[in-house]
Structure formats: C-alpha cells, structure tokens
Design a binder for this molecule. Structure first.
Ligand code: IMP
Length: 192
C-alpha cells in the first residue's frame, strides 16, 4: 500500500518510515508534486489534521494522512496548543516561542503540560483519527540542544532531563508523535 504523509518534514518522514517498516510505502508531498502551502486554519489539532488530510485527499485523489501537534500547558489554559508553531510570532522561531512560554510562567508553580499529536488518516474516503500524548512539565530554563521546537523546556514524566537532552531514539520511543504513529501503524497493519 502507498500512502501520502502530508508533510515535507524529513525528520517526521524518517520517523514514520522507521516505525512502519517496508510494508507500507510512505511518500511525501514533494513526491506527489504538491508544492503549495496547505491551509491550516482550524481551532483545534483535530480540525487542522483533518483539513490537511482532506486537502491532499481531494486534490490528488489519493490515500493519505496528516498530523498536527501542540504543546498544552495547564497554567496557560492549554496554550500554546494549536498555535504552538507561531506562539512567539509569525517567524515560527523556536527560541521566541520558548521565551514567551517561560516569561508567561515566571511566577507559576503549576508547570504541568503535555505534547499532543493528532493524526488524520483518509483511506478510500473514510477518515480515522489517532492521538498520542506525552505528559510532562515545563522547566524554569532551557536545557539541551537536541530535538527541535519546545524540546529544551519540556521534561517528560519519569525523566529528570528535557526532551532536548534525550537521545533522538530515546525520545522517539516515548514521544507524542511516536505514540500516535504506533496507533496508526497498528490500524494500517489490521486493514491490510
Ligand atoms: P507540527 O504540527 O508537528 O508542525 O507542530 C507544531 C509545533 O509544535 C512545532 O512548530 C513545534 O513548535 C511544536 N512541536 C511539535 N512537535 C514537537 C516536538 O516533538 N518537540 C518540541 N516541539 C514540538
């Protein structure tokens, strides 16, 4: 089976190909010559993931899936959430995003947060969603240089270090995206 993953993020493509093995061929947007920016105007991760998968499915008449991820911080009423990528400004700068979070949480003792990924899969016109969640807390300062995004300020439950201090393979074992992808993979193996 061939499936389009509606992303051009090479790390994500590599991660899912690794998890799915060679039973399912995953192709990227570039592979199908989809070069335009796909609209992402939803108010929830679920809406955004569906919007992206539907766009590719309808335009290219192809089975596909799309993901959307957000960092949800309890003390900030779930922010940055669906706005995680551009929380600190349109430049989507990870440092500006993290600085905004740390500044807003300066005097906050409740540091509970989670990364949540939603995957929307469309096969033969039917949509299914898969969710992956990793609970943790926001640190007081940044630490570590691996990973990307908010990794330097997120400490997963059960760990004493940030995501950015973990080896990529270690992070991929427990990450929100990995959990969602594992559910997707189990579903795909079942319907094959
Ligand atoms: P996307 O939906 O995967 O593009 O994620 C949206 C935003 O969430 C990204 O731009 C990052 O700021 C943040 N994000 C997503 N996944 C991760 C992660 O694994 N670590 C840190 N930040 C992440």
């Amino acid at each position: 089976m061939e499936l389009v993953f509606a992303t051009n993020n090479l790390n994500k493509l590599e991660e899912i190909r690794h998890l799915l093995g060679d039973k399912i061929k995953i192709v990227s947007l570039e592979d199908i010559n989809c070069t335009e920016e796909i609209p992402e105007t939803g108010f929830t991760l679920e809406e955004n993931a569906l919007q992206k998968s539907e766009y590719v499915n309808k335009k290219f008449n192809i089975n596909c899936f799309a993901d959307d991820t957000g960092l949800e911080i309890d003390a900030l009423n779930g922010e940055p959430g669906v706005y995680s990528a551009r929380y600190g400004g349109e430049s989507k700068d990870a440092n500006l995003n993290m600085e905004k979070v740390l500044e807003k949480m300066k005097r906050t003792s409740n540091r509970k947060a989670r990364f949540r990924t939603v995957i929307s899969l469309i096969i033969d016109g039917k949509e299914s969603q898969f969710e992956g969640v990793v609970e943790g807390r926001i640190s007081e300062t940044k630490s570590g240089s691996k990973g990307f995004g908010y990794d330097p300020i997120f400490i997963p439950d059960g760990y004493g270090t940030s995501f950015a201090e973990l080896d990529i393979n270690e992070k991929n074992k427990i990450s929100h995206r990995a959990l969602a992808i594992k559910k997707l993979a189990a579903f795909l193996m079942d319907i094959k």
